[in-house]
Design a binder for this molecule. Structure first.
Ligand code: OSB
Ligand code: MG
Length: 368
């Protein structure tokens, strides 16, 4: 394909409730969308960067800047663009994986729409629905947390993830276990809020039979995670530290993770995400699909990815209404704790023009 142009759109969507993590509180999602246009059609990508560089070094204005000034011009200058050519075409530009991922996603969508194949089929899906977990933010009180968790269990979510930070860890986990029992699939996510000196504290989570503890230590502290894994019984799962298939292979070799959270944006796209899946599968490391508060576009692609065979744990692939009263696509609706894997060409969903227009704050066309 030759790209005739690329549109960058900024979309502002209020969250149904504030979402608090160890790195801050969000009540609105400022999303960057990418629409690539070819002679025969279009494709959609979503950039998962947050408003500020608080989860990782990328942030949405930075992603827009690097796309506009470096990444999009590189693709517009190429005579032949396919999804598999995007990473090599952009390889001269270091880092900026979330920005690259959004552009590659849009190209992949355009390519698959043109050929009539779904994301799921292209990635190697083996299931037509995926079990869904939900990520539960830090609350003001334990009773409030129990209400929220109870609501999600009533909705049918099959796994609960509690966000934790120092001062909000053992007590909320104990309370959820006491109220809802040992049968609930339960895990925690620290988003790098601890250090190795906290190992004795984190070992106090051992009796609660958690599925995993996600990213307790700093992004670059891979050896620290390996040491922590020797000092606690809860399996260590990495999120922020895994930025490529290579870093996954290294972390596994070092004993830093027993489980991996795969987020396509964090690793530079859905094609690299599949390679992370393959590396983990080859080592017997279970994976699950993370989330970055995606709109229906990113959600569709994540659900497709989560239907690959190595995704043996429920992901943060919650329904649209977990974060948004109104999505920009047809909403993803939970059924028996599962979401259906889209089957239509490409993402299988597209923005509904009126819904998209209602939340779009800026648009820029790059190309002729
Ligand atoms: O660490 O998994 C994370 C949201 C934003 C940034 C980082 C994370 C999260 C979540 C929410 O936990 C996942 C979701 O989209 O459901
Ligand atoms: Mg995480």
């Amino acid at each position: 394909m030759k790209l005739s142009g690329v549109e960058l759109l900024r979309v502002r969507m209020p969250l149904v409730a504030p979402f608090r993590t160890s790195f801050g509180t969000q009540d609105v999602r400022d999303v960057l969308l990418v629409r690539v246009v070819t002679a025969t059609g279009e494709g959609w990508g979503e950039c998962c960067a947050m408003a500020g560089p608080v989860y990782s070094s990328e942030y949405v204005d930075g992603a827009e800047h690097v796309l506009r000034n470096f990444l999009v011009p590189a693709l517009l200058a190429a005579d032949e663009v396919t999804a598999h050519k995007v990473a090599p075409l952009l390889a001269a530009y270091k880092g900026h994986r979330m920005a690259k991922a959004a552009l590659e996603m849009a190209v992949l969508d355009a390519e698959l729409r043109a050929s009539g194949q779904s994301f799921a089929t292209a990635l190697g899906s083996t299931r037509d629905s995926v079990p869904c977990g939900v990520s539960v933010g830090i609350m003001d009180s334990v009773p409030q947390l129990l209400d929220v968790v109870g609501g999600y269990l009533d909705e049918g979510y099959v796994r609960i993830k509690l966000k934790i930070e120092p001062g909000w860890d053992v007590a909320p986990v104990r309370a959820v276990r006491e109220r809802f029992g040992d049968g609930v699939l339960l895990q925690v996510d620290a988003n790098t809020a601890y250090t190795l000196a906290d190992a004795p504290l984190l070992a106090r989570l051992d009796p609660f039979g958690l599925l995993l503890i996600e990213q307790p230590l700093a992004e670059e502290d891979v050896l620290g995670h390996a040491e922590l894994a020797r000092r606690i019984r809860t399996p260590v799962c990495l999120d922020e530290s895994i930025v490529s298939a290579r870093s996954a292979a290294d972390a596994i070799r070092l004993g830093a993770c027993a489980i991996v959270n795969i987020k396509p944006g964090r690793v530079g796209g859905y094609l690299e995400a599949r390679r992370v899946h393959d590396v983990c599968a080859a080592h017997g490391i279970p994976v699950w699909c993370g989330g970055m508060i995606e709109t229906g576009l990113g959600r569709a692609a994540n659900v497709a990815l989560a239907s690959l065979p190595g995704f043996t744990l429920p992901g943060d692939t919650s329904a649209s209404d977990r974060f948004y009263r109104t999505d920009i696509t047809e909403p993803f609706v939970l059924k028996d704790g599962h979401l259906p894997v889209p089957t239509g060409p490409g993402l299988g969903v597209a923005p509904v023009p009126g819904l998209l227009a209602a939340v779009t704050t800026a648009k820029a066309w790059l190309g002729s």
